[in-house]
Design a protein around this ligand. Structure first.
Ligand code: ZN
Length: 311
């Protein structure tokens, strides 16, 4: 049975960074955001983290062959129908309280478990990482009997997340044709609260969930990685962590199928806490986000007063 480490949290919380570093550990195979594979890779043939088009990547070709007897056998319309039917934030209360999930939940989860199992076999890795982030997908995967699901819930200060969502970011895999989505601070504050609460609910349903704070992860990535490895049941030696040193990480080529542009980074990556929001997010917006997110910011140990966190 494939052991799946699902990286959850609202976008712009640092999940791609966590995934890239985890992917360097022996025995770990990082797949990127599998939730986007159906459209961006099967339909649009965007680039894999290795630089090849999805259809030209040998790793993913082998995974598709094993999982579905070839990707051409996947009915993407059906996957999208199932996603709309079951993988929605508004369905989480039902998914979390149901005694038995509807058949469509199992059918949707099986598309994912097949990919995980095939990646497990093709890579020989003990741990498969899916950084799909979506809380609703984690609630769906909870019902799969085919995987050993463990969730790493990545949280970041809501004001840093809000600032990041206001910025314009290109999507290199579309060769400049598209930019990443943007949200207003008010909108991202609401999303931040809803998504993070959903992971708290998942933990109360008996799923193994480990919460980490982006800010702490970046400050001491070696300790954080060792901690996550223990949570995942993976033995790592100090030497296994030597790719992280002096505030940087040495990254090799990966096969992340979809996600943040950082998945294309190869070589040296500087590990710096991104605190740009402290100067750049206007005080009014900082207060708004702080007020909306106050209960959970407090629960996660973030200071509420904007003056306390201002430089
Ligand atoms: Zn690839």
């Amino acid at each position: 049975m494939a052991r799946v480490l699902f990286l959850g949290g609202l976008g712009r919380s640092g999940t791609t960074l966590v995934e890239r570093l985890l992917g360097e550990l022996p025995g770990v195979c990082a797949l990127g955001e599998v939730v986007h594979l159906w459209q961006r890779d099967l339909r649009d043939d965007e680039r894999c983290g290795c630089g090849a088009r999805f259809s030209g990547c040998g790793f993913w070709r082998r995974v598709g062959a094993l999982a579905f007897n070839g990707w051409h056998n996947v009915d993407v319309d059906r996957v999208h129908y199932l996603r709309d039917a079951v993988e929605r934030t508004r369905h989480i209360p039902r998914l979390a309280t149901a005694v038995e999930a509807p058949e469509e939940v199992h059918e949707y989860a099986e598309y994912y478990s097949r990919i995980y199992s095939a990646a497990h076999e093709v890579s020989g890795a003990r741990i498969i990482v899916d950084s799909s982030k979506h809380s609703a997908l984690a609630h769906v995967l909870r019902w799969s009997g085919e995987i050993d699901l463990r969730v790493v819930h990545v949280v970041r200060d809501a004001r840093g997340v809000a600032y990041s969502w206001t910025k314009t970011v290109e999507r290199p895999e579309t060769d400049g044709a598209q930019q990443m989505t943007r949200y207003s601070p008010a909108r991202s504050a609401l999303l931040w609260t809803a998504h993070n609460a959903a992971f708290g609910l998942l933990a109360r349903r008996g799923v193994a969930v480990r919460r980490i704070r982006y800010e702490e992860f970046v400050t001491d990535p070696r300790a954080a990685l060792a901690d996550i490895a223990t949570f995942a049941g993976l033995d790592v030696t100090p030497a296994d962590l030597d790719f992280v040193h002096d505030g940087q990480a040495d990254l090799r080529v990966g096969h992340s199928a979809a996600g943040n542009p950082m998945r294309f980074t190869v070589g040296r990556l500087a590990l710096r806490r991104d605190d740009a929001w402290m100067d750049a997010l206007p005080l009014r917006q900082r207060r708004l986000v702080g007020a909306v997110c106050a209960p959970m910011l407090r629960a996660y140990g973030y200071p509420l007063n904007p003056l306390e966190v201002a430089r």
